[in-house]
Design a protein around this ligand. Structure first.
Ligand code: ADP
Ligand code: MG
Length: 590
């Protein structure tokens, strides 16, 4: 029995059952499953937006309304064909979601959900009040969709239309998530890291927002031609909250969670709407209360929704553990060894009254390892942030490859060939080690999300993953390619960050405490790797506490204390410098 409980069999059984339903089920069941399909399409958009992108929207019902009203209005008042109105509806949705996304996606924290509530309500009132949309009675007489000369006039015929659309959306979404574009989307929550890898996070939030809006719009179009009439009620805030609940309940980060959540909520709603008034002996929308309670329970007990729990029951197919070899990606020309790559000139960084960096100066050359050391709180990480554009300097000048960069953001700096790791590891714990490293190679690929949805990116994808695997192997993580990053010990997670940085083919590598948490042999392997990179002409700027590691490896050392320059020189000069000894004996805790 257990042998047949694999995802592939489960999926086949599900699809067969789905295809057979209209042949034996009664009209009520078919209607319910139609509504489940329609809701799942909207919830799928929310899986992308909320589960993947971390953006909460209560306003999706409004986009469903846009699709529904566009076709209702244009078919009945202007005699357009439903296929024409589908395109028109999607065009309108594109324009509206671009505008709304542009305004709301810049909002942070709880302002974003509030923003979605605001436009959700606005669009709802628009449907009810715009001349020609039929007010609160709506528009009827919407013609059926015709496909290959067949009128899809009844629920059974339309059933296949709805589910074929949904399955196509699921497959393309899954393809997209399993690609360079998808990896960037899945890392959107770690915005600082993602931007530092050269990824335009606002663009990806926008893309997710627009895809979610399109799914909702198509659902609305289908709904209008299923019902053959529309009024504003299904597009208000209440249904908007229900859609979000479906995504959260099902499993906000999994595509099948959308189907599960939509099924559960739609079915439960039918049952409760029937049952509760009888139980209570009064009429009213009591199911809303039950949903409210359920939401709280889910958020407490199953943050990731029910789908992941269900998946634990079904034995998972082992992930593919082999990679197809691919042609290496082209590499950039490194500057001549010994030439200045990075110049930091009188850089000051203030946090309010605290001066974390005070007039710091340093130069790093191609093919050298430059170490920055100093007690905790000396300002080393702050200086890294100034250099990499993560937290721009308050004053001073920074030149990288001859170009002024102190005003540039981390994304622009990454494009110039700088890559970094973080003192506090920033990986997507649920993605594999391989996928995490591949994030670093983002700028070396060019296929967009539409190409990846249709699997037109496979050649490039193979090359990107091959590069990631190669860099991981160099860093000694070849054994762990297919493990989730979160399952590695912290020390190894830091090494994943180094591999990720190397995937960008950097001119300058900034490593913030790369050896922390590593065992002796691992440290030695890391030192050998950095030495090899130096030999290839990469410039390396290193913050590290382990003195043996630094002194045996670095070409030059700069010591910082209290945000200031304390000493600079060759390792052996630093080791015997009385000022340094005093600073370290006085305050160093490692
Ligand atoms: P190091 O990396 O050398 O241990 P940091 O650069 O992390 O030191 O910190 C230098 C000083 O700046 C510390 O006093 C720290 O508390 C302060 N600091 C760092 N980041 C911030 C921030 N975002 N806001 C306010 N103070 C900060
Ligand atoms: Mg630090």
């Amino acid at each position: 029995m257990a042998r047949f409980l694999t995802p592939r069999y489960a999926l086949t059984a599900f699809l067969l059952l789905l295809a057979a339903v209209p042949l034996f089920a009664g009209p009520f069941t078919v209607t319910i499953i139609n509504y489940i399909g329609l809701a799942a399409l909207v919830a799928l958009g929310l899986v992308l937006l909320t589960g993947i992108g971390g953006l909460t929207s209560f306003g999706q019902a409004a986009f469903v309304g846009l699709g529904a009203y566009a076709t209702a209005y244009l078919t009945t008042r202007h005699g357009m064909s439903p296929w024409g109105t589908l395109i028109a509806g999607m065009a309108i949705t594109t324009a509206v979601s671009l505008g709304l996304g542009f305004i709301t996606l810049r909002l942070s924290g709880h302002f974003l959900p509030l923003g979605t509530i605001a436009w959700g309500i606005s669009l709802y009132y628009l449907f009810g009040n715009v001349q020609g949309l039929g007010g609160h009675t709506g528009i009827d007489g919407i013609p059926p969709v015709e496909l290959f000369g067949v009128k899809l006039g009844d629920n059974r015929a339309f059933y296949y239309m709805i589910w074929a659309t949904l399955l196509a959306a699921i497959v393309t979404t899954q393809n997209m998530l399993d690609s360079r574009e998808g990896r960037a989307m899945r890392c959107l929550r770690a915005m600082t890291m993602t931007e530092a890898m050269g990824i335009n996070t606002l663009r990806y939030r926008m893309v997710l927002f627009m895809i979610a809006a399109q799914f909702a719009c198509v659902s609305g179009w289908l709904y209008a031609h299923l019902q053959r009439f529309v009024n504003p009620t299904p597009f208000s805030l209440g249904p908007g909250i229900e859609y979000l609940f479906m995504a959260v309940l099902g499993g906000a980060a999994t595509v099948w969670g959308a189907v599960l959540g939509a099924s559960a909520v739609t079915y439960l709603k039918e049952v409760l709407q029937d049952l509760l008034p009888k139980l209570i002996g009064a009429t009213g929308n009591f199911e809303v209360v039950v949903f409210g309670l359920l939401t709280i329970i889910v958020l407490h007990r199953a943050r990731d929704g029910v789908w992941p729990i269900l998946m634990r029951v079904i034995p998972q197919r082992a992930l593919a553990r082999t990679l197809e070899p691919a042609e290496p990606l082209p590499r950039r020309d490194l500057p001549e060894k010994g030439s200045d790559v990075l110049q930091v000139i009188d850089v000051t960084k203030r946090f309010g009254g605290l001066v974390a960096n005070n007039k710091m100066n340093l130069t790093v050359r191609a093919g050298e390892i430059f170490a920055l050391i100093g007690p905790n709180g000396a300002g080393k990480s702050t200086l890294f942030n100034c250099i990499s554009g993560v937290g721009p300097a308050t004053e001073g000048e920074i030149r990288f490859m001859g170009q002024r960069i102190e005003q540039l953001g981390s994304r622009a700096i990454a494009k110039l060939g700088m890559s970094r790791s973080f003192q506090h590891v920033r990986l997507n714990r649920d993605m594999t080690v391989l996928e995490n490293a591949a994030i670093g190679a983002h700028l070396r690929g060019h296929k967009n999300f539409i190409q990846s949805a249709w699997r037109l990116d496979r050649e490039e994808e193979r090359r990107l993953l091959w590069e990631a695997a190669h860099q991981l192997q160099r860093c000694g993580l070849g054994e762990h390619l297919f493990d989730t990053a979160g399952s590695l010990p912290l020390g190894k997670q830091r090494v994943v960050e180094i591999a990720r940085a190397l995937c960008s083919d950097p001119v300058l590598l900034l490593l913030d405490e790369p050896a922390a948490g590593l065992r002796h042999l691992e440290k030695r392997a890391l030192a050998e790797l950095l030495d090899k990179l130096r030999g290839e002409g990469v410039a390396i700027l290193l913050v590290e506490h382990d003195m043996d590691f630094v002194m045996g490896l670095a070409d030059r050392v700069l010591v910082m204390e209290f945000g200031e320059h304390l000493a600079e020189g060759l390792p052996r000069e630093i080791q015997t410098n009385p000022k340094v000894l005093e600073a370290y004996l006085g305050s160093m805790d490692e």
